[in-house]
Design a protein around this ligand. Structure first.
Ligand SMILES: *Cc1c(COP(=O)(O)O)cnc(C)c1O
Length: 347
């Protein structure tokens, strides 16, 4: 089935919200999830005492639906988002949304909004944002008695409008995640407290903060919304890990690790100290996440000190470029999808 697309200037979309035809909603009440259905209502009506407003019981996900070279509407590894949201919900004492039901809901809401899925080659995608909140009333600190699961979709433009220019990061004086805290789940609370550090970094001329582990301030963790990758002189991909479970398990990062292994690269997944980065042993650096796949990093500043990545300073370095092209090639259907990552919604 092929639908008539909306009259949108696909090439000039920004990363902003606009409502589409349908959202998906499902409620948890009396100990179980309801059927779930599509809705044309894009607003929520909640009690002033809903748990979300007081104790911030909220988790979310982000993935994209897009059109491949041969015209299929697909998304990338939605089962991984289902799984991560399940884990996030458990950490906040929320009833996890069943994983198969999550994937089915993504499929339904994207198919219903097929007219909003940008055409191949536009660089734009349909951003899919599942989220879940405590909707039942609580006044004392406790898990809410009812929950609302919701998926909104909105068309967004390409992350990089003017090409892949390497960005500048700064080491944050703030902490992102406590050891064994909530840094490894996708919850709004991790973003609320990141806004001030992010705005301060922007005001100082940096694209993002790079956070060190808050226990020892020795190890590199990640930025506010993306995992970090390094490449050594001999072409090894070095992927920082956390002793204290404080890095978010990026689906893009895990996919890139697999891609690197498939390409025959050596991948070293381990804790990485800031001292190693300072020593100049890495020649490329990048941030990874759904929106940009990989954003190249040219420099990291720590006060007066500047660490520069020579092979990726003026433009994206060769290893990051190869990884990015391979993963986007798999996503677009130009390269073989040997791990069955691309999930077809509609032909
Ligand atoms: C969402 C997110 C990422 C990237 O995850 P992807 O699954 O690759 O999109 C990385 N770090 C944080 C803190 C995030 O919230």
């Amino acid at each position: 089935m092929s639908v008539e697309k909306k009259d949108i200037d696909w090439g000039n979309l920004s990363f902003a919200y606009q409502s589409t035809d349908y959202s998906y909603v499902c409620d948890w009440k009396d100990g179980e999830w309801g059927e779930g259905h599509l809705t044309t209502d894009h607003e929520l009506h909640l009690s002033e005492c809903a748990g979300i407003f007081h104790y911030c019981q909220e988790v979310f996900e982000g993935l994209k639906a897009y059109t491949t070279e041969n015209g299929d509407i697909v998304c990338f590894r939605p089962d991984m988002n289902a799984e991560r949201m399940y884990n996030s919900a458990q950490r906040l004492e929320m009833p996890p949304f069943p994983k198969d039901k999550f994937v089915e809901a993504v499929k339904q809401v994207v198919a219903a909004n097929a007219a909003w899925v940008p055409p191949f080659g536009s660089g734009a995608t349909l951003y899919v944002r599942p989220f879940m909140i405590g909707s039942g009333e609580v006044i004392g600190v406790a898990p809410a008695p009812e929950y609302h699961f919701h998926i909104l979709v909105t068309p967004v433009g390409p992350y990089f409008k003017g090409g892949l220019k390497p960005i500048k990061l700064c080491i944050s004086k703030y902490d992102r995640a406590a050891p064994h805290g909530t840094g490894n789940i996708k919850a709004g609370l991790n973003y609320a407290m990141s806004l001030k550090p992010t705005m301060e970094a922007h005001r100082a001329g940096y694209a993002e903060n790079l956070y060190l582990d808050s226990e020892s301030r020795t190890y590199v963790e990640e930025t506010g919304g993306a995992n970090v990758l390094f490449v050594t002189e001999d072409g090894t991909l070095v992927v920082p890990q956390s002793h204290t479970d404080s890095i978010l398990p990026s689906i893009t990062r895990r996919s890139l690790v697999q891609v690197a292994e498939d390409l025959g690269m050596t991948v070293d997944q381990r804790p990485v100290t800031w001292a190693e980065v300072e020593s100049g042993k890495f020649v490329e650096c990048g941030l990874c996440g759904t929106a940009a796949v990989i954003s190249p990093v040219g420099e990291i500043h720590d006060g007066e000190e500047v660490v520069s990545f020579p092979a990726g300073h003026d433009e994206m370095g060769p290893v990051m470029k190869k990884l990015r092209e391979t993963l986007t090639g798999i996503q677009d259907g130009a390269l073989e999808d040997k791990h069955d990552w691309v999930f077809k919604i509609e032909a």
